[in-house]
Design a binder for this molecule. Structure first.
Ligand code: ADP
Length: 155
């Protein structure tokens, strides 16, 4: 049985911090599925189809990484793709406090699912999608924070 990890998130946008987690996940698991959740009622900064294509482009030579979108419960989607592990990144203590009830909730939905936390590489601990959106929205340069040129936001 391949060891499959689901790496769920909003990825709006996908950042160098996320990329770091994926590459480190690939060392631990046979496959990593980057899963963009689309149930949120809040509007995305960049369209999900655009983000899927950009992320997939990063991994076109790495068949062990795939990109999917999903609606509904993360733990159910993990079951659907055969993932026994949920991969999440931790930057700060508030990240941990935020993640803890989510991990417990996911385990209630799917007892076979183990959440695995990787500590952010120190140089990337200040990288967040929120900061990137805030800079990019006003025309600032975010090239050092993202693994691909970011398209302009839809108006
Ligand atoms: P969510 O909306 O589910 O928090 P995000 O797209 O913001 O989704 O993040 C997805 C995952 O990536 C989360 O586990 C988050 O903690 C982690 N993450 C975010 N930024 C970084 C970073 N700079 N380094 C490592 N992990 C990160």
């Amino acid at each position: 049985m391949p060891r499959i990890a689901l790496f769920p998130g909003s990825f709006d946008p996908f950042t160098n911090g996320h990329l770091d987690i994926v590459w480190r996940g690939v060392k631990l698991f046979d496959e990593v599925v980057v899963a963009i959740g689309t149930n949120s009622s809040k509007q995305r900064y960049l369209p999900v189809e655009q983000m899927v294509a950009l992320i997939a482009g990063l991994f076109e030579d790495e068949p062990r990484v795939s990109v999917r979108t999903f609606k509904g419960l993360t733990a159910e989607f993990a079951r659907e793709v055969g993932a026994s592990y949920l991969l999440r990144g931790l930057r700060t203590s508030p990240d941990f406090e935020y993640e803890k009830p989510i991990a417990y909730g996911n385990q209630l939905v799917n007892v076979d699912l183990e959440t695995v936390f990787l500590l952010t590489s120190p140089a990337l601990s200040a990288v967040s999608s929120t900061i990137i959106r805030d800079i990019h929205r006003f025309g600032g340069n975010v090239d050092a924070l993202v693994p691909f040129p970011l398209p302009p936001p839809a108006r």
